[in-house]
Design a protein around this ligand. Structure first.
Ligand SMILES: Cc1ncc(C[n+]2csc(CCOP(=O)(O)OP(=O)(O)O)c2C)c(N)n1
Ligand SMILES: [Mg+2]
Length: 412
């Protein structure tokens, strides 16, 4: 028998600039269709849930099925406001970058439901290990002021990290927000290690790890899954599948013939694949996973299916590699519009309240930026002196760094 020459398969996205995306590759479930297993389900018994999609809100904005969470209207209004605040904050910071007040920015347009609803499902003292796209975790709770966050992005004299981190890479131990590392996937091993330490101490706190679809291709992701499984670490393993890793489509990281949720089940970890643009589904699945971890039942991997609505960062131009109208055509819609529709439909919200809230948030964000600028901007000065990077690292500065400090114009 003769064989034709071997050849590799190189996955391609179904859409490119000027050629619209065929989103049927997503394999969606209908709202309410997917079962909700008990909290103590065996990991292998969640296998089907790695290939379906947990959804609560249907096309009419009604909450249906076994995953409808117990959440009162006040908390839902807070959630909607948190998403709107995150979007308003991002929009203003993008302008600030174009005005050269900050050097760089990363927005989370279209992904707001994931971090904000997740934040509401955690408890004080739990620790998130976020990527650069989870500013919603901070903005959903009011323990860190927007002014302080903006100062961080401007590396000015109000920046708690004194310009030592890229804009957006926040660090807030007091808010359960571990220092964001630019090195992708490190969050996963760090979170699993923190969760193991919490269990070793006999504490009640859980960890929540964050990673993008692209970064799951890093070996740290797989190492973290092995440790989480073996020791049943109290951790939630969040994979945000926003379809893109800068210009690389999620299939290049291995999302074509399987799902990212299936990685969990394959490692003996309970797994869910969830509509990340459905605030109620995100809240319900986060609660399920948190309850499991807190009850000593071990880790849960959740794949949040969403879409990166904007550019990867202010240094990226997505018109080069994907259709311009892709986000508008994404079948899971816009998380803010969907929760708004639900709340209006249930009589808990109105168009007038929405418009008023939008106005208030825009004003609040502008006022915060004005105040933050008083501490300095990239263009206007008052940024942390270069020499300060040598401080608070070593008790006694080694000779070679003393020399570098001298060259930087500081020290003796
Ligand atoms: C270890 C490592 N490799 C590469 C990069 C460069 N890089 C920064 S963001 C990014 C894309 C990440 O995509 P994904 O994990 O899907 O997250 P998303 O940006 O979509 O939220 C890359 C390759 C990095 N920061 N760290
Ligand atoms: Mg991605």
């Amino acid at each position: 028998m003769t064989h034709s020459p071997l050849r590799l398969h190189v996955p391609e996205p179904t859409g490119r600039p000027g050629h619209e995306t065929d989103f049927s590759y997503l394999h969606l479930s209908r709202a309410g269709e997917v079962r909700r297993p008990p909290i103590d389900a065996m990991p292998a018994d969640t296998s089907d849930l790695a290939f379906t999609l947990v959804r609560v809100l249907d096309d009419d904005g009604c909450a249906v099925g076994p995953w409808v969470p117990q959440i009162d209207p006040d908390r839902l209004r807070h959630g909607l406001r948190a998403m709107m605040k995150t979007r308003a904050y991002d929009a203003r910071m993008l302008i600030a970058q174009r005005q050269k007040k900050i050097s760089f920015y990363i927005q989370c347009l279209g992904e707001e439901a994931i971090a904000t609803a997740h934040a509401l499902a955690l408890q004080p003292g739990d620790m998130c290990f976020p990527t650069y796209r989870q500013q919603g975790l901070l903005l959903a709770r009011d323990d860190i002021s927007m002014v302080e966050m903006m100062c961080q992005a401007m590396s000015n004299q109000g920046d708690p990290m004194k310009g030592r981190q890229l804009p957006v890479l926040h660090s807030y131990k007091r808010a359960g927000f571990f220092s964001v590392s630019g090195n992708l996937a490190t969050q996963f091993i760090q979170a699993v290690g923190w969760a193991m330490a919490s269990a070793i101490k006999g504490d009640s706190k859980i960890a929540s790890a964050w990673i993008g679809d692209g970064a799951t291709a890093e070996s740290d992701f797989h190492t973290a899954l092995t440790f989480a499984h073996v020791y049943r670490a109290p951790v939630i393993l969040n994979v945000v599948n926003n379809q893109w890793a800068i210009s690389t489509f999620q299939t290049i990281a291995g999302g074509e013939s399987t799902t990212f949720a299936a990685r969990g089940v394959g490692c003996g970890i309970a797994s869910l694949r969830v509509d990340g643009n459905d605030f109620l589904a995100v809240y319900a699945a986060s609660q399920w996973a948190a309850e499991r971890a807190r009850s000593n039942l071990g880790p849960t991997l959740v794949e949040w299916v969403t879409y990166r609505g904007g550019a990867h960062s202010t240094s990226d131009d997505p018109s080069q590699y994907r259709p311009a109208d892709d986000w508008q055509r994404f079948p899971l819609g816009d998380p803010i519009a969907r929760l708004k529709q639900h709340l209006i439909g249930s009589g808990a919200w109105s168009e007038a309240q929405h418009a008023q809230t939008q106005k208030e948030l825009d004003a609040q964000v502008s006022a915060a930026l004005k105040e933050a600028e008083r501490f300095g901007t990239l263009q206007g000065g008052h940024v942390t002196p270069l020499a300060s990077m040598f401080e608070e690292v070593y008790k006694d500065l080694p000779a070679h760094l003393r020399e570098q400090l001298r060259q930087a114009g500081g020290g003796d």
